[in-house]
Design a protein around this ligand. Structure first.
Ligand SMILES: [Zn+2]
Length: 258
């Protein structure tokens, strides 16, 4: 599953390798093509960026492409003459430039549309992004406490609360903040919510840093996927279960998290 930092690392890599390319050919397999793809042909690729788990492609015109990789999507940047690593029928989007080409495989969402329309809708749908320059702690705080009756473990995965948090980050954030995912937001102290918000940004940045350096994120995981392991802080057994009703893998140290 792609989380915000993975999307951001892709955007950085694509920007580094593909910015400035003049688009010679576009191939899209998607129902969400709101403008003719020919509008991109002959245009210059300006940059890629991410917003939450979405990856955006910008050109020197009013068209933007939005990609969401969900579980199985991947993106590869190739040299122009290089052969593809995966079969053509897995490709949802391909951009061919003068020197390089980008292939997006298996992504469930590829949307091509007017830039302002897509960006405005994303900003309405998504909470603040901890990896964006526009990260807003106050807004994150207000968004969380709006869900007084819901479990914090569930609220953190809601992309309209904070954008980019996936299951790995949610487990690690709650462990670092010392908060049990089953607690209701209304029962959390102001300080606990602040801690959660602090670690949301902190861990998103650490995750991104490891991704950029091509390192495994295992080094930063204290509880996630530590099946039948013991807490690295206190030695207490890590409990594994699937939190209801979202049914997502959940790891808790019941000694460190209250
Ligand atoms: Zn512990």
């Amino acid at each position: 599953m792609v989380e915000g930092p993975t999307a951001k690392a892709y955007a950085i890599e694509i920007s580094n390798k593909f910015s400035g390319e003049s688009i010679r050919e576009v191939f899209v397999r998607s129902r969400k093509v709101l403008v003719p793809v020919e509008e991109i042909v002959g245009r210059r690729f300006v940059k890629s960026d991410s917003l939450g788990k979405n990856i955006l492609f910008f050109f020197d015109c009013d068209v933007v492409i939005r990609v969401h990789l969900m579980m199985y999507g991947t993106i590869h940047v190739y040299e122009a003459g290089e052969s593809l690593l995966k079969p053509m029928n897995r490709i949802r989007l391909m951009l061919i430039g003068n020197n390089r080409k980008i292939a997006v495989y298996n992504a469930p969402i590829v949307e091509v549309g007017p830039r302002d329309h897509i960006l405005e809708r994303l900003k309405l749908d998504l909470g603040p992004d901890p990896l964006s320059d526009e990260w807003d702690e106050e807004r994150a705080y207000e968004n969380i406490i709006r869900f007084q009756d819901e479990k914090i473990g569930i609220v953190l995965l809601n992309q309209s609360v904070v954008a980019g948090i996936g299951n790995i980050l949610r487990n690690e954030i709650l462990f670092r903040a010392g908060v049990d995912p089953e607690r209701r937001v209304g029962d959390l102290s102001r300080e606990e919510v602040r801690k959660i918000i602090h670690f949301t940004r902190e861990l998103s940045r650490q995750f991104l840093e490891l991704k950029i350096r091509g390192r495994s994120i295992k080094d930063m995981l204290y509880v996630y996927n530590r099946f039948s392991g013991f807490c690295m802080i206190c030695g207490y057994p890590i409990k594994f279960y699937r939190q209801k009703p979202i049914n997502r893998k959940t790891f808790v140290c019941e000694n460190c998290q209250r």
